[in-house]
Design a protein around this ligand. Structure first.
Ligand SMILES: [Zn+2]
Length: 179
């Protein structure tokens, strides 16, 4: 699986679903699953900004884990930033193809024109962060062996049952009158 190292507090904002775009200086053509790794360094300017301006989010995401994978998501698009407004809370960033980024999301990234907005979906926060050393760029990470569905052996983040099997188990349980 591909992985990307991101400094805190951005990483935890992603894991908690408050940040859906990772902003980078480079474009990627990769699409698919991506492990979200919290680097060892944190961005203290941003931590200060969050603690002051986004107190509720701040309380929810702290303490901030570092040096570990804390979520798995899917990278679904990558678009260049063409222009942006900078005022807090009322910011707008425009991406190529006419896409617009609004509100908190603008504060939760660097939308300087010329950079790229990587859109993440299906974000799963891990119950237990997995310690691993980070790298630059997109790197490869081997998920744990037990991230398999106990019924069909298909890949499932964190292990347990995959969505298909959850659906089937539910049907069987209903047939048996258990639920
Ligand atoms: Zn399954």
């Amino acid at each position: 699986m591909k992985a990307i190292t991101i400094h805190q507090p951005w990483t935890s904002l992603i894991a908690h679903g408050y940040k859906r775009f990772e902003t980078r200086s480079w474009r990627t053509h990769y699409r698919g699953p991506i492990a979200i790794h919290a680097g060892l360094k944190s961005d203290f300017q941003t931590i200060k900004m969050l603690a002051i301006n986004y107190t509720r989010f701040w309380h929810e995401i702290t303490p901030l884990p570092t040096g570990c994978i804390i979520a798995v998501a899917e990278l679904i698009s990558c678009r260049k930033v063409v222009s942006s407004g900078r005022e807090r809370g009322s910011g707008i960033a425009w991406l190529e193809d006419g896409y617009m980024i609004l509100g908190n999301e603008v504060d939760f990234g660097d939308y300087t024109p010329g950079r790229y907005a990587w859109k993440l979906a299906n974000i799963h926060r891990l119950k237990e962060p997995i310690p691993v050393r980070g790298r630059q760029g997109l790197w490869n990470w081997e998920p744990p062996d037990d991230w398999k569905c106990v019924v069909c052996n298909g890949f499932v983040v964190g292990g347990g049952l995959c969505e298909d099997c959850i659906g089937q188990e539910t049907e069987i349980a209903m047939d048996l009158g258990l639920i």
